[in-house]
Design a protein around this ligand. Sequence first.
Ligand SMILES: [Zn+2]
Length: 127
Amino acid sequence: MSKPDLPTHGMTPFQIGMRGVCPRCGVGNLFKGYLDLAPRCSACGLDFSFADAADGPAFFAQWAGCIPAVIFALWLEVSVGPPWWVHLFTTVPLLIVPPLLLLRPIKAWLIASQYMYKAQEGRLDQP
Ligand SMILES: [Zn+2]
């Protein structure tokens, strides 16, 4: 793996993800909506068309957000055995809210990693 092309702002991909800013300048917004990417950086003009996080943010958000909720639901059911409506007010919000809150920073983190590590589809060298 090649060394990352660290921009001058000195932030890591994780820090860029938490802030949702451009991976090159660290100033412009990466998003124009909750999950929609801006076409380009408003500060440095970087074209965000290279960005393709695919299903990565959804996978990681579900993994990090839903597995603890399922563990909680199983613990609650086995140890307390509450009526079903208790799960409606405890487990269901735990299954929905954390993944929604994690999607945007994880998407920005993956796109910043894609930019800084120059990730792209593999290509065969032409002879
Ligand atoms: Zn920028």
